[in-house]
Write a protein that binds this ligand. Structure first.
Ligand code: DAH
Length: 338
């Protein structure tokens, strides 16, 4: 019987030694030590032996049982350790890699320039006024002295929503809306989106303008010149010269297009200013008295000036942006620069 036990022990030890997975180890444990296992069966059979042999063999069998239990436990620990090592090895984490950076949102460059412009004009006493982008033909054209079927309408290629409703082609209708609501003195700045049926390298079907209007007693062209000069010096930060060229707008008389000395070359002549030394930045003029009829102002008492500026144009000049389309493409590499 001792031999039988020894054989069983050696067999089991050999089996355990050769294993390297938990499942097989579990099977061996069941087969040897389980309820119906070989050693368990052996121990159960002891009761039929004479007492002396029973004690002796029983002691031996119990020793073997503990030994095997211990070996199996050790083996299990080894197998688990190895599995853990393998797992750590395969889940290699390179802590020296750069982290994934999330890009925080920021104000769009056009909104930033708009805010900057509002601030400069606030400093000159202008208050913010706004109007709708979907506008009545009346405010966009009619009350700005651009009658239906008048050739002046050709200046602005328009999106019509219906006969009487358009996407506003400029911020000038806010002049009329503001004058309808307020009596002079009136000094407002009106930024916003405008729309024209127009698209190429320098034109977008949607762009932004900022409108200025100052109406009071005794306002003259020199006030317009003073305000624009103060604005240019404050915003572009240099003593840049201004130039007024005679022009025509149906809602101003006289009208002018205003140039500033080139912000790139300072007036020397370069590619940006086509070697002229000057850059056009806005349209302006004295409010045509015809407009006062629409808003019940007395043109004998009041006078005023107005101007309209393209915000993209200002941003392009201030930040040296060569292509208007960059504003609308939402390329974060571009937007993050500002
Ligand atoms: N509304 C004009 C345009 O979009 C720009 C303009 C010109 C606005 C003269 C004015 C102005 O207020 O006085 O072309």
């Amino acid at each position: 019987m001792k031999d039988q036990l020894d054989k069983l022990r050696l067999n089991a030890l050999e089996l355990i030694g050769g294993l390297d997975d938990e499942k097989s180890l579990f099977d061996v444990r069941t087969r040897v030590l389980g309820r119906k296992g070989e050693l368990t069966g052996f121990l159960r059979g002891l009761k039929d032996l004479p007492p002396k042999t029973r004690a002796e063999i029983g002691q031996l069998a119990n020793l073997i049982k503990s030994e095997l239990e211990q070996k199996i436990d050790e083996k299990q620990a080894t197998i688990r350790e190895k599995a853990e090592e393998r797992k750590i090895g395969s889940e290699f984490l390179d802590v020296t890699l750069p982290g994934r950076r999330s890009i925080p949102g920021r104000t769009h460059i056009l909104n930033r320039v708009t805010d900057e412009l509002i601030q400069v004009f606030n400093g000159l006493g202008f208050q913010l006024a706004e109007g709708p982008e979907v506008e009545l033909d009346y405010y966009n054209f009619e009350a700005l002295n651009i009658p239906r079927d008048h050739p002046a309408r050709d200046m602005q290629d328009t999106f019509y929503l219906s006969d009487n409703v358009v996407l506003r082609t400029h911020t000038s209708p806010v002049q009329i809306r503001t004058m309808e609501l307020q009596k002079p003195p009136l000094r407002v700045i009106c930024p916003g989106k405008v729309y024209r049926r127009d698209a190429d390298i320098t034109h977008s079907p949607m762009f932004m303008q900022i409108e200025g209007l100052w109406v009071d007693q005794g306002i003259s062209l020199s006030d317009l010149k003073g305000v624009l000069t103060a604005f240019v010096q404050e915003y572009f930060g240099e003593k840049l010269g201004l130039r007024f060229r005679p022009s025509f707008f149906p809602f101003t008389e006289p009208s002018a297009e205003v140039d500033i000395q080139c912000v790139i070359c300072g007036g020397e002549g370069c590619r940006t200013c086509s070697s002229t030394g000057w850059l056009e930045i806005l349209g302006a003029g004295m409010v045509d008295p015809a407009l006062y009829r629409f808003v019940d102002y007395d043109p004998e008492i009041y006078s005023g000036f107005a101007f309209g500026m393209g915000i993209e144009r200002v941003a392009m000049l201030k930040y040296g942006i060569p292509d208007i389309r960059a504003f609308y493409e939402n390329d974060v590499r571009f937007l993050n620069q500002f």
